[in-house]
Design a protein around this ligand. Sequence first.
Ligand code: HSE
Length: 442
Amino acid sequence: MIEYRNLKIAILGAGSVGAQVASLLLEHGEELANRVGAGLEVVGIAVRDLDAPRTAEIPRELLATDARSLILGADIVIEVMGGIEPAREYLELALTSGADVITANKALLATHGPELFAIAEQVGAQLYYEAAVGGAIPIIRPLRDSLAGDRVHRILGIVNGTTNYILDRMDRDGDTLEQALAAATELGYAEADPTADIDGFDAAQKAAILASLAFHTTVAVDGVHREGIRTVTRDQVVAAQRSGFVVKLLAVCERLVDPETGRDGVSARVHPALIPAGHPLAAVHGANNAVFVEAEAAGSLMFYGAGAGGRQTASAVLGDLVSAARRHVVGGPGVAESTHADLPILPISSVSTRYQITLSVLDRPGVLAQIATLFSEHGVSVEAVQQSVVTVGGGEDEESAGATLVIGTHRATEKALAATVADLAGSPVVARVESVLRVEGL
Ligand code: HSE
């Protein structure tokens, strides 16, 4: 029997996520109320345009254009409008007025997270954001709560569905980047301006959130090294297949030792990478997301599922709503952020990983030896070399004039690798550095 007063819920935004949150909450309100031990009363849904088309039917009397009045009368505010302003201002108002806040807004958290968490702590309110990374996939709670007693070493995440869809088409359907992007746009995965996805901005925001949680350290989005997928070619994807890899856009968050100071630090980066075809992340197809976590005691864990979609993301928002509402009813310490470790954020030059470098070279005696010398001069250890001879010219005089070398390295620092690649590019025996890709997950 429910004896607690009804909790008042304000929803800000009725776009693809907001409309589904409202619709599911109205549909399953009684069941959720039983889980919470209090009625959940939607006091209103703030929208800019009362007549805009919605993906779910919402009673018109719940729609309102005055977000501030709704916020001031609410126990719990759900922000699913996106963007920085006015979302930031509304969340600040909600928190300072004592409401708990649930948000799916990764851009806001990655840029203004620390100040919002500070306000929440000051007033004793809670800020929940399971839906901000990986859509429906539970990853925030596992990192914050389930793994709170462990030590996370590394996270490898496929956290952008659009780029995964594009790279997967290039891998499995033989598309070029342009063809795959056109298909992603047609299906509604990519926006008309696909920059946020394909240049890695969306993934970098998610990497900042994951790294902050995993390493108990504030990681701002500016501290995340970012490279998108615009330069990935079909040739690279085919070459990767031949050597037993797939190309994925990865968010890599690592705790590592700074080679300059010998002290622990955090690296967060987003870039295309080769992963072994047998790695669990290689089996993440289409627009799905997955986050692979390596922790000291737990070992390897993978969280997989739909990383976007209105209804799927609404599932994560409603999970947060039940948690927030239960805290009103039964109390509890809430979900304070922990940034006690305060580790330094290391630049990409401090990272060490493995690389695969593809070179077009002249095919004549001594070339391999000269190239091997360049690697060794920079302390980069070669693990494997594959050569294929490229024949150019025609007719009877045809002779082999060039070769393609695919060189895999052992672990090396970005700094040493960059110096090696610069020397390779300037070497008289190298016609072209065709591709340099990091290798992760080995
Ligand atoms: N545009 C994102 C993606 C979904 O493609 O995964 C929202 O974060």
